[in-house]
Design a protein around this ligand. Structure first.
Ligand code: NAP
Length: 257
């Protein structure tokens, strides 16, 4: 896939980082997006930049190339600017992985308007902004792969995650509609629903929560970021060119128990 470019949002760490690295191993040029938050302390943005630069070093060590691009993708203008920068640098975005996501567990009655809006704009609107900006260029080349990272919770719902689940369900409709709207233009769109994956997002679970989780997973372990990344890479590969508008669960059999 040498010569192709992938943009992975939120790829300075976690699942996004693993996706960025696996694409690099396949010869893709990788745009590593890190969270450049205008409302955060400069040190925090600097830390994110350094993490993203470290990912870029690993990409280069894998024999590929790329760029680091800061943006708060929950904001329309920032997402558009990011895509413009990548197009200026590489001429194209062949694969877009909308990976950014946050969660903040809370019962419905306690979710504030601000928390609702923050979850929806970060987890769902970001994918809309980035897809809209990238698809414009994909249409011209009559080639594109959009891969959205949802969650099993977006399919089943979960107590304490009304806003998170709603944002992740929204990604399903977004994906399936893009698949139908642009399939004839050479663009496929698919959505991955990870189960419990080892990352900062799950690091805070207590031993009791962990063992409860493990009981529900058929393969008896949490997933790794690499488990998710390999499916993303497959969905962008020539072997997956007839797969579009699909939801693929990467959950170790959680949903089938
Ligand atoms: P993570 O470790 O928290 O990483 C999320 C990344 O997104 C971080 O780099 C974060 O930046 C970045 N980010 C957050 N808001 C952003 C914004 N507005 N603009 C740009 N970047 C932003 O999460 P993860 O566990 O790797 O999860 C990745 C995706 O998988 C998410 O969509 C998540 O919902 C989904 N998922 C995860 C699991 C799981 O078990 N981990 C399960 C199902 C689905 P900072 O470093 O500044 O925070």
């Amino acid at each position: 896939m040498s010569g192709k470019t992938v943009l992975v949002t939120g790829s300075s760490r976690g699942i996004g980082r693993a996706i960025a690295l696996q694409f690099a191993q396949q010869g893709y040029r990788v745009a590593v997006n890190y969270y450049d938050n205008p409302d955060a302390a400069p040190e925090l943005n600097q830390e994110n930049l350094q993490q993203a630069q470290q990912v870029l070093k690993e990409i280069e060590a894998a024999g590929s190339s790329g760029m680091v691009v800061g943006a708060d993708v929950s904001k329309s203008a920032a997402a558009q600017e990011m895509v413009d920068k990548i197009i200026k640098e590489f001429g194209q975005i062949d694969v877009l992985v909308n990976n950014v996501g946050i969660n903040k567990d809370q019962l419905l009655l306690r979710i504030s308007d601000d928390e609702w809006e923050s979850l929806i704009s970060t987890n769902l609107s970001s994918a809309f902004y980035c897809s809209r900006a990238a698809v414009k260029h994909m249409i011209r080349k009559r080639y594109g792969r959009i891969i959205n990272i949802s969650s099993v919770v977006g399919v089943s719902g979960n107590a304490g995650q009304v806003h998170y689940a709603a944002s992740k369900s929204g990604l399903l409709g977004l994906t399936f509609s893009i698949a139908k709207e642009y399939g004839v233009r050479g663009i496929t769109a698919n959505v991955i629903a990870p189960g419990f994956i080892e990352s900062d997002m799950t690091a805070g679970f207590s031993p009791e929560q962990r063992s409860k989780m493990l009981n529900g997973i058929a393969v008896g372990r949490l997933g790794t970021p690499e488990d998710v990344a390999s499916v993303a890479v497959f969905l962008a590969s020539p072997g997956a060119s007839y797969i579009s508008g699909q939801l693929i669960r990467v959950d170790g059999g959680l949903s089938s128990l």
